[in-house]
Design a protein around this ligand. Structure first.
Ligand code: NAI
Length: 711
C-alpha cells in the first residue's frame, strides 16, 4: 500500500492505500510510511527521497475513525501517539537526505504536514487539488508539526488565518502564499522536477535547523528569525492580537481548538523547533481528547457523510431519478428550488399564476448566476445552460410528464388542495407530488390527493441555495417508494435529507420554536433583553432568540400558535401566543415591517426597541449569563428528546444533523440530541429538573431520560 522503489539513486515512496477509499494516516499506514523512510535513510546508495501518491489525492489527512478511537485515550497515552508521529515527520527533515513532496493531488491536514516536513514542495497543476491544514474544522489542531512549520516557513501573519480557519486553497494560491515552492504542469514533470531539485540540493537544511557542531546531527536552531517578524515583533504581536479577537468573537470560547492553535504558535515560536514540536503535542492532546472534537467528528463528518449517503432511505426501492421537475409557485421558495434543481441538471417547469410571475421567479436564478460569473465560480456558457433548463409557465399542460411536482404556493390549505387536484394528473406514471409547506400537516394535505401513497413533504429552508438541509416529511399513507424518490432527488440536488414523521411543526420548526419561545419567556421573567440576546449567541446560536423571532415574523408566530390553540395542541396561556399577539396588535410584527423586538432604522444597525422595558419591566435580580444560556439550550434539547421519543424524528443522527443544519443548533455539542451526552445524561436530567422546578414544566425530563440517567 506504500510502494518503495529506487530509481537512479532516488527513492520514490508512493502512497496507494487499498484498505481505505483515500490515502489517510492511520494505524496501518503510519508504520508502513516510516518503514519506507527508514529503508531510504539506511541505504547509502539512495541520495534523495520523493514522496508522492498513486491515487488521485496525495494524502487526504488522518483517518477520522482513528481520531475518534484516540479520543477516548488517556492524555498520557495520547501524548505518546502524537510524539511518535512527530518523530517520524521530524526524521524527514533531519535524515540528511533531500526529500521532496511531489503533491499530485489534494493534501490536507496530516497529508500536508508530510509536505511541510519535506525540504521542498512541488504541486501538480491540478484544478481539483486542495491544500490546507483543516484540523480546526473538526475541533483539532495540526498535531504533526503544522503549527510549528507553517508559520516558520511563511510567517505568522500569513499562517495564522490558514491555521485558525482551516482554509483549503488551490495550487496557484498555495504557490502565492508560499505553501508550495513550485508547480509542475504534467505528472511526468512533477517527478522530473523533484529529481532535479534533489540533484541540485544534496545537503538541504531547513532555515530553522542547524548542524550540531559536536555530533554533526541536524538540530533545531535557537533564535530562528521567522519571515515577516517573530512573535515579539510588532507584526507578530499585531497578528496575535487580531487572531485572538477574531477567535473569541467567532467561537465565544465554545471551541477550544483555535485558542490552543494560538498558544502553539505563540509558545512554540519562541523556542527551537524540537521544543516547539513538544509544545504542540501537549496542546494537541488537549483538543484530541476533548468532547468538542468528538462531537464534531461524530456528527459533522462521519455522521453527515452517512446522512448524505442516504442511510435513512428505504433499502428495497431501486434507485429512482427525477429528470423533469414541476414547481408550483415561483415565489421566494419556488424560485430557489428551481435554481438548485437546474444546477443539478434537472429540467424544471416553474409555474405561477401568470407567465410574468413565473419569469420573475426565473430571474432569481439569473441574478444568482450573474453574481457567480462575477465571482469567477461560473461562466456565461454554463449559466446559459442552467437557465435554459428552467421553463417558466402558467399552464397545467407544461407540467405533463413530471417525475416530481413540488408545490410552493401560499401557505393556505384550500389553495394547496386545489393545486394538488389540478396538477396531479399531469405527473408521469408513478410520479410523486410533494408539498413544501412549513406548517400544515402532510397527512391532512394528502387528503386532496388521488394517490396519497405518492404524496410527501419536502421542506426546504430559506435561502434555498445556501441551506443544506431538507426535511422530508412522511405522511400517514406515504409509501417507501415516494420516500425513496424524495431522498434520491435531495441527493441529486446535493442537499442533506433527514426523514421526519408527520406531526405539528414537524421536527425542525418545533424545536426551533422552543428557542424563540424561551426568549419570550425570559422577557416575561424580566430578564434584560441584551442579556437574552448575548446568551443566545454565547451559547453558539447564530442569532439571539428575539432577533430570530423578528426575522421569522411575529405575525407568523401568532398565526401558528393561534392555530395550535384552536387545534387543542397548545395551551391557551402559551407565551409565544401571548407575546406575539401583543406585538402584532402594536403593529410590530418583525423585521419585514422594520419593527418588532428590534427597531430597524434605515441605514443603521438594528437596535432593541426602547419600549420593551415598559412591556416587560426588568426584574431586580438578573440571572447569570450561564443560567440564561442553559435555559435556551436545554429548552431546545429537551424538545429534541421528546421528538425522538415520539418518533417524530426517526434516528438520532437525523435529529442531530437537522438541528445543526436546520436551525443552527451549535455544532460543538454534536447536535440537539447529542447535547444530552455532551453534558452527561445525569447532569442533563438534574439540570432539567432544576429548571422545571424554577421556571416551569416545559423543562421536565422524560421518563426514558430518567431511566437512562439511573444506569
Ligand atoms: P411566496 O409568497 O414568496 O410565493 C408563493 C408563490 O405562489 C407566489 O409567487 C404566488 O403567485 C404563487 N401562487 C399562488 N397561487 C398559485 C397557483 N395556484 N399556482 C401557481 N402559483 C401560485 O411564498 P414562499 O415564501 O415562497 O412560500 C411558499 C411555500 O413554502 C409556503 O407553503 C411556505 O409555508 C413554504 N415555506 C416557506 C419558507 C420561507 O422561509 N418562506 C420556508 C419553508 C417553506
Amino acid at each position: 500500500m506504500i510502494h518503495y522503489t529506487v530509481d537512479q539513486q532516488i527513492a520514490v515512496i508512493s502512497w496507494e492505500m487499498t484498505s481505505a477509499p483515500m490515502n489517510v494516516l492511520n494505524d496501518d499506514s503510519i508504520p508502513a510510511f516510516e518503514a519506507a523512510l527508514l529503508r531510504a535513510y539506511a541505504d547509502d546508495e539512495v541520495k534523495g527521497i520523493i514522496i508522492t501518491s498513486n491515487k488521485p489525492e496525495f494524502v487526504a489527512g488522518a483517518d477520522l475513525k482513528m481520531i475518534l478511537r484516540n479520543n477516548d485515550k488517556e492524555p498520557a497515552e495520547m501524548l505518546k501517539v502524537s510524539s511518535e508521529l512527530n518523530r517520524v515527520f521530524r526524521s524527514i527533515e533531519t535524515s540528511g537526505k533531500p526529500t521532496v513532496a511531489a503533491i499530485n493531488g489534494t493534501a490536507l491536514g496530516g497529508g500536508y504536514e508530510i509536505c511541510l516536513a519535506c525540504h521542498h514542495r512541488i504541486a501538480l497543476n491540478n484544478p481539483k487539488t486542495l491544500i490546507g491544514l483543516v484540523e480546526v474544522t473538526i475541533g483539532l489542531l495540526p498535531g504533526a508539526g503544522g503549527t510549528q512549520r507553517l508559520p516558520r516557513m511563511i510567517g505568522i501573519q500569513a499562517a495564522l488565518p490558514l491555521l485558525l480557519e482551516g482554509k483549503k486553497v488551490g495550487v496557484q494560491e498555495a504557490l502565492k502564499l508560499g505553501m508550495v515552492d513550485a508547480i509542475a504542469d504534467r505528472p511526468e514533470a512533477l517527478i522530473a522536477d523533484a529529481r532535479a531539485w534533489i540533484e541540485a540540493n544534496p545537503n538541504p537544511l531547513k532555515p530553522w535547523d542547524e548542524i550540531d557542531r559536536k555530533t554533526g546531527k541536524i538540530v533545531g536552531k535557537e533564535n530562528y528569525k521567522v519571515p515577516g517578524g517573530n512573535v515579539q515583533s510588532v507584526v507578530g504581536a499585531q497578528a496575535f492580537g487580531a487572531g485572538t479577537a477574531i477567535v473569541m468573537d467567532k467561537t465565544k470560547g465554545n471551541y477550544p481548538a483555535p485558542i490552543e492553535i494560538l498558544s502553539c504558535v505563540y509558545e512554540g515560536l519562541q523556542v527551537n523547533i524540537d521544543r516547539g514540536l513538544v509544545i504542540e503535542a501537549r496542546h494537541f492532546v488537549k483538543v484530541a481528547t476533548s468532547k468538542v472534537a468528538k462531537s464534531l467528528i461524530q456528527t459533522m463528518f462521519l455522521g453527515l457523510n452517512e446522512a448524505n449517503k442516504g442511510v435513512s432511505r428505504p433499502k428495497d426501492v431501486p434507485k429512482t431519478d427525477v429528470a423533469k421537475l414541476g414547481i408550483l409557485g415561483a415565489g421566494m421558495m419556488g424560485s430557489g428550488i428551481a435554481y438548485v434543481s437546474a444546477l443539478a441538471g434537472i429540467d424544471v417547469v416553474l409555474k405561477d399564476v401568470s407567465l410574468e410571475s413565473a419569469e420573475r421567479g426565473k430571474s432569481y436564478s439569473r441574478n444568482v448566476l450573474t453574481k457567480r460569473i462575477e465571482g469567477g465560480q461560473s461562466t456565461p456558457a454554463k449559466a446559459d445552460e442552467i437557465l435554459n433548463q428552467i421553463i417558466p409557465a402558467d399552464s397545467m399542460e407544461a407540467l405533463q410528464g413530471c417525475d416530481l411536482i413540488i408545490e410552493a404556493v401560499f401557505e393556505n390549505r384550500e389553495l394547496k388542495a386545489d393545486v394538488t387536484r389540478q396538477t396531479e394528473p399531469m405527473l408521469a406514471p408513478n410520479g410523486v407530488f410533494a408539498s413544501n409547506t412549513s406548517t400544515l400537516p402532510i397527512s391532512g394535505l394528502a387528503q386532496a390527493s388521488a394517490k396519497p401513497e405518492n404524496f410527501i413533504g419536502i421542506h426546504f429552508f430559506s435561502p434555498v441555495d445556501k441551506m443544506m438541509l431538507v426535511e422530508i416529511i412522511v405522511g400517514r399513507q406515504t409509501s417507501d417508494y415516494a420516500l425513496a424518490v424524495a431522498m434520491d432527488y435531495a441527493r441529486k440536488i446535493r442537499k442533506t435529507p433527514i426523514v421526519v414523521n408527520d406531526s405539528r411543526g414537524f421536527y425542525t420548526s418545533r424545536c426551533f420554536s422552543a428557542y424563540s419561545s424561551e426568549g419570550m419567556e425570559l422577557l416575561k421573567d424580566g430578564v434584560n433583553p441584551i442579556l437574552i440576546e448575548n446568551a443566545g449567541k454565547n451559547a453558539g446560536m447564530p442569532v439571539g432568540p428575539l432577533a430570530v423571532t423578528d426575522e421569522v415574523s411575529l405575525d407568523l408566530v401568532y398565526k401558528i400558535s393561534g392555530q395550535g390553540i384552536a387545534d387543542g395542541a397548545v395551551s391557551k396561556t402559551d407565551t409565544s401566543y401571548e407575546v406575539s399577539e401583543k406585538f402584532v396588535k402594536l403593529g410590530r410584527s418583525g423585521k419585514k415591517v422594520k419593527a418588532g423586538f428590534y427597531d430597524y432604522p434605515e441605514g443603521n444597525p438594528k437596535q432593541l426597541w426602547a419600549g420593551l422595558g415598559d412591556l416587560f419591566p426588568l426584574a431586580d435580580a438578573q440571572p447569570t449569563l450561564d443560567e440564561v444560556k442553559a435555559r435556551l439550550l436545554y429548552r431546545q434539547a429537551i424538545e429534541a428528546v421528546r421528538c425522538f421519543e415520539e418518533n417524530v424524528v426517526r434516528t438520532k443522527l437525523d435529529a442531530d444533523i437537522g438541528s445543526i443544519l436546520g436551525w443552527g443548533f451549535p455544532a460543538y455539542t454534536g447536535g440537539a440530541l447529542s447535547f444530552v451526552d455532551f453534558v452527561g445524561v445525569t447532569t442533563f436530567v438534574e439540570t432539567c429538573d432544576r429548571l422545571a422546578d424554577t421556571y416551569g414544566e416545559r423543562f421536565r425530563p422524560t421518563r426514558a431520560l430518567r431511566e437512562r440517567a439511573k444506569v
